[in-house]
Design a protein around this ligand. Structure first.
Ligand code: PMP
Length: 371
């Protein structure tokens, strides 16, 4: 079977890790080829100044490529920050929620809860709707009257990595209420309309590259809300004014994000990766749906994630055996998050169709021998 991830020259495994996660083989090969001598400089990208001509050119290229992929309007600015998406849970309210104002959150899983917890430490935070009572097996039900039109912003998590719940369309806030999204685990996996958002953030380590940088896309007018005298590293406006170079950025992570963006553009951009992601997800959901209850999906059908497919079996012993035998068959990273248990297959952009197919076949075979 042809498999981009299983080139005979390497030992590459079917990698279902939830993040950090699999990267495109061609990207890793390019990193390898450029490691000792980046573009004739006689040094690796890791060893050069972030203020060098080479890094400057690379950074501009990355900004252009991201703009192209997302059809980014001119009034949005892209930042490459550190501290992970977790730091954004705090930076967002610090910067965009004025003193005395409240912010609304729609919660559909553990990461939304974590965002609320941080925002609460810093000021008024309202959970406008949550699906906690059904153990985050679906999107929260809400209507316009549940939202505070005077809120500083409306926050949601487009894909909940642990529970495997994904919004198929963004929530519609009332006019004038900026929509903010933690897009960490489905950023760049499907097309979306940036103009619907006030701010988007995403840790790179799922679809965009390795850990180490967090991409923040912010509509420029919102930067006017940033209060004076925030610590420099936590100040969106300062980071924007300095082009993400107030201090030394994580150059190597940013470089690899750049290669991943190129890989996406070369294949045909977000419509093409969406087509591939749909095909992979449908293979695994079919294996679940056709198992007659042997595999039980966690997510309700209309809330299913294409990126993180969560499912359970009859008992934990069987689930452990599944993960163990899968590993022995070259399929790794299938154990569910420690907080919820069960099994989880993460099918990020760089996971090949062949890897998804191999998992679907393994699931059928495991059922045949243990069902
Ligand atoms: N939000 C989501 C949706 C995530 O999946 C994660 C990480 N798995 C985070 C936030 C936290 O990201 P980080 O580890 O980069 O702080």
């Amino acid at each position: 079977m042809e498999n981009q991830q299983l080139n005979l020259d390497y030992h590459r495994i079917h990698n279902f890790n939830a993040g950090p996660a699999t990267l495109p083989l061609s990207v890793l090969e390019q990193v390898q080829a450029e490691l000792l001598d980046y573009h004739g400089t006689g040094m690796s990208l890791m060893e050069m100044s972030h203020r060098s001509t080479e890094f400057d050119a690379l950074f501009q290229q990355i900004e252009n490529d991201l703009s192209k992929l997302l059809n980014l309007p001119a009034d949005y600015q892209v930042l490459f920050l550190q501290g992970g998406a977790s730091l954004q849970f705090a930076m967002l309210p610090m910067n965009l929620r004025p003193a005395g104002a409240s912010a609304d959150y729609l919660v559909n899983g553990a990461w939304g809860q974590a965002a609320v917890k941080e925002a609460k430490k810093l000021g008024a935070t309202r959970v406008a709707a949550t699906s906690e009572s059904t153990n985050f097996d679906r999107l929260p039900a809400f209507s316009a009257k549940d939202l505070d039109p005077k809120a500083a912003y409306l926050h949601y998590t487009s894909n909940e990595t642990i529970h495997g719940i994904e919004w198929q369309a963004e929530p519609q806030p009332p006019a004038g209420l900026p929509l903010v999204c933690d897009m960490s685990s489905n950023f760049l996996s499907r097309p979306f309309d940036v103009t619907k958002f006030g701010l988007i953030y995403a840790g790179a380590q799922k679809n965009a590259g390795p850990a180490g940088t967090t991409i923040v896309i912010v509509r420029q007018d919102l930067l006017e809300r940033v209060p004076p005298n925030l610590p420099a590293m936590l100040d969106y406006r300062l980071q924007a004014d300095k082009g993400s170079m107030y201090n030394t950025p994580p150059t190597f992570s940013i470089y690899i994000v750049g290669l991943v963006l190129r890989w996406l553009l070369d294949m045909g951009g977000l419509p093409e990766i969406e087509r591939r992601n749909l095909a992979k997800a449908s293979l695994i959901y079919s294996a679940i749906d056709q198992s007659g209850g042997f595999y039980r999906p966690h997510a309700q059908a209309d809330s299913r994630s294409r990126m993180n497919i969560t499912f359970r079996m009859d008992n934990e012993e069987l689930e452990s055996l599944f993960a163990k035998q899968a590993k022995a068959n070259g399929l790794v990273g299938l154990k569910g998050h420690r907080s919820v248990g069960g099994l989880r297959a993460s099918l990020y952009n760089a996971l090949s169709l062949e890897s998804a197919q191999t998992l679907a076949e393994f699931m059928q075979e495991f059922q045949r021998t243990h069902g």
